[in-house]
Design a protein around this ligand. Structure first.
Ligand code: GLA
Length: 404
């Protein structure tokens, strides 16, 4: 074979190999559920450079950063227009110093910056989407120093979800800057069945709203309260794990919920290994909200390295018992009171056993004794030798960590 043809074949093979190697997500990110803050739930389209700088400062002073909330994510409406070459720019009035300077500021605080786009022609808020500009946008974000991309699904017409998200995944990888890729397809095309290779988290439902158990109509779509969203997570826990998480949407802790409801909401998001993306005003949050969001022992349930999504063991009346297998054969047990009146949490440990096919973790309490710790009261509660009985306030939880 003539050397020139040999070389041609060699380079063709190399190109094919390197193209297929590049077709992947950044795999070392989000080994535990991502933690951070996002502007949408509280501020909607009212985003600006000053807001993000102030929230960055508050993430540090409130202890949020040190509790693990690293990503500061700007949602919809940061956009200006595309220029004549098709590159997207930030809204210069809202972000006068530019996105790069903002990223530098956020990074200087020990935080990471996230941004939002959409697979369609326009975002849900009517700003330029990334369709047809995926590689250009990924390069722009990488140049700005972006660390996280939430990618929405409005105005996508006939696009196929998996393919559209793969295009952006590949664009991010080609741009070369590691970014958590957050798939926001609302669960329509079962992203849990294909999202693991494409992104690091995927929305499982439509939008959350800050009420306990309501459903709110918005014309052609509905948003759902905390309990409704929780109920929609059934039967998909086997798809979650290190690097790829079911996302029941960003939190409403500290918004229009009672303290009990915020505590229960936060606890359940921890039990189901959900990404912990706060959605309240960190600058002005109450002491109670701060204590909920920064309870390190509760966060540790969410961030447990086994990475198993918890599940409902059984319920009686309005009380549900949820469990989450943890590393080192430990367990989290949560009693959730869905009712608007106090209820009693009761459990005879010795009569209970758990065989979890998803994690392969089993426990028979008549054979193994565990110590109990109440993670909200922050105190030890004896062992599984004694039957458990305690009052749960309305719309609240008791959360126990079981260790040997
Ligand atoms: C959709 C998403 C929300 C938010 C808005 C922004 O509704 O599901 O989380 O990003 O768009 O317009």
């Amino acid at each position: 074979m003539r050397p020139i043809i040999k070389n041609l074949i060699f380079f063709t093979v190399l190109t094919i190999v390197s193209t297929s190697v590049s077709a992947q997500k950044f795999s070392d990110l989000a080994k535990t559920p991502p933690m951070g803050w996002n502007s949408w739930n509280k501020f909607g389209c009212d985003v600006s450079e000053s807001l993000i700088r102030e929230v960055a400062d508050a993430m540090v002073s409130s202890g949020m950063r040190d509790a693990g909330y690293i990503y500061l994510n700007i949602d919809d409406c940061w956009h200006g227009e595309r220029d004549s070459l098709g590159f997207i720019h930030e809204n210069a009035e809202r972000f006068p110093s530019g996105m790069k300077a903002l990223a530098d500021y956020v990074h200087s605080k020990g935080l990471k910056l996230g941004i939002y786009s959409d697979a369609g022609t326009k975002t849900c808020g009517g700003h330029p989407g990334s369709r047809g500009h995926e590689y250009q946008d990924a390069i722009t974000y990488a140049g700005w120093g972006i660390d996280y991309l939430k990618y929405d699904w409005c105005n996508t017409g006939e696009l196929k979800a998996k393919e559209a998200y793969i295009t952006m995944r590949d664009a991010i990888y080609a741009a070369g800057r590691p970014m958590v890729f957050s798939i926001c397809e609302w669960g329509t095309d079962k992203p849990w069945t294909w999202g693991g290779e494409v992104g690091h988290l995927w929305r499982t439902t439509g939008d959350i709203v800050d009420c306990w158990d309501c459903e709110l109509g918005h014309g052609n779509w509905n948003s759902n309260g905390i309990m409704k969203i929780l109920d929609m997570q059934k039967d998909i826990r086997q798809y979650a794990g290190p690097g790829h998480w079911n996302d029941p949407d960003m939190m409403e802790v500290g918004n229009a919920l009672t303290v009990s409801e915020s505590r229960a909401h936060f606890t359940m998001w921890c039990m189901i290994a959900a990404p912990l993306i706060a959605g309240n005003d960190i600058r002005t949050m109450s002491k109670e909200t701060t204590e909920i969001l920064t309870n390190k022992e509760v966060i540790a349930i969410n961030q447990d390295i086994l990475g198993v999504q918890g599940f409902k063991l059984y319920d009686y009346g309005d009380v549900e018992i949820w469990v989450k297998p943890l590393a080192n054969d430990e367990w989290a047990f949560c009693f959730l009171n869905r009712a608007g009146t106090p209820q009693t949490a009761e459990l005879n440990w010795n009569e209970n056993a758990i065989y979890d096919a998803v994690s392969g973790k089993n426990v028979e309490f008549h054979k193994t004794t565990y110590n109990l710790r109440d993670l909200w009261a922050k105190k030890s509660l004896g062992t599984t030798q004694t039957n458990f009985k305690a009052a749960i306030p309305a719309h609240d939880v008791i959360l126990l960590r079981l260790s040997k």
